[in-house]
Design a protein around this ligand. Sequence first.
Ligand code: SF4
Ligand code: SF4
Ligand code: FES
Length: 486
Amino acid sequence: MPTLTIDGIQVTVEPGTTLIEAAKQVGKSVPHFCYHKKLSIAGNCRMCLVEVEKMNKPVVSCQVTAAEGMVVKTDSEKVKNLRKNVLEFILINHPIDCPVCDQAGECKLQEYYMDHSIADSQMTEAKVHKPKRVDLGPLVVLDDERCVLCSRCIRFCDEITKTGELCFVNRGDHQTLTTFPGMKLDNLYSLNTVDICPVGALTNKDFRFACRVWFLKETPSICTGCATGCNITINHYDDKIYRYLPRENEAVNQCWLCDEGRLSYKFVNDSSRLLRPKAKTNGQASFVAPTVAMEVLVSQVEKTKPQDIVLVGSALESNENNLALKKLADLLGVTHLYYSARIVPNPSHDDFLIKADKNPNRAGVEKLGFKPLLGAAPIHSKVCIILGGLSEAEQKALQPKASGHWVMLASNEGPDTQAADLIFPTATFAEQEGTFTNFQGRVQPFAKAFEPKGDTRPASQWIEELAVRLGFCHCEASQLLRSGSG
Ligand code: SF4
Ligand code: SF4
Ligand code: FES
């Protein structure tokens, strides 16, 4: 393993490590546009130049590998001057439209200019103009004037999705990014190109102009789109989710997300969110106070034998909420435990990230002992407490319910909640902390992004309150929550 010195710090690295990665290991970040650790090396932007003793020319640190005894300088006066010149060159035809650019605030060109350049352009010629607002595909828009021709997006489509939609055409200052004739940037992972574009050339149609990035707060979380459980950062502002970004986890999603999962946040912001409890009287549902809803539930459970009660967990809900339901079953002596799951017709799936199972926590709910509702023998009950939602087929599995009382703990109104006699509004995963167990059995935590609104609260809290109101001592009931929050 070679040992080298970078900015006076000695480091030993794995054979084959590039200088840019070796520099990272001693805490030195070398500016770069075209380098991306998951893509092949293009070496075309020249932003990563560093000095190496005994080499008469500066070297591209993304391409040159570390060798025994090398002495590398990443921030000498010579290197700083080179960066300044590279930036001036890149900016010759750049429109400098940062005030109206969606990438402003998270743009590498803007950042490097402030850190390494701050020089007026010496160009007196008119700038070369290129295509603006190019509709590359269903989710991505291109501004060719902002493109620094790093080719990351092209390499992503060639090497990761292997769909090869993108290419450069023309030469010199007329070189532009485009799609091959007759093709659109339309693959299952297309929005990753926006993430890896170092500038504001590629923008996400779903997010562009929705919010300035400096307003966004970041919360680490897990995508609920399928059983993979990709690690995400929720970007939110004023209790609203604006986008998901991939959070690196080499063992789960590396640094990518699929488009379907990335856009699956919308139910959290949706106008169908339930904010107050609802109860049905003579077939008519109306809003009621939480105490009133709880009194109705308590009286229903009190007059029902455990064998006539069914508890339905959810493969969409956290381990903690399902565990609270399981503990309630243990306190009451209920043994009918089932779970609902999201079933979609013709689900997308591949051998990369996307799973046909569109539930983030099937492994978790099954581990707690819940059985799938679908495929179970017809279930008769007098009281049925349902966590999350129910598909049409699952509703049928719970029939006949003529004499039964359906209680739902749900976050959004839907056809299933229409059938409920009593509804308690629950927090989504973004409004509480918890864990999901992905298809690999990996238990992954997620954090609370913002507070639940209205009377909404985590399902485990409603379940704990029910246990207390049924006369179980507070410590017994609070175990429902405590056991769930670990
Ligand atoms: S659009 Fe972005 S990622 Fe693609 S080549 Fe241009 S700067 Fe690079
Ligand atoms: S692969 Fe699954 S978990 Fe990952 S982003 Fe897509 S839907 Fe979400
Ligand atoms: S990052 Fe090394 S040449 Fe572009």
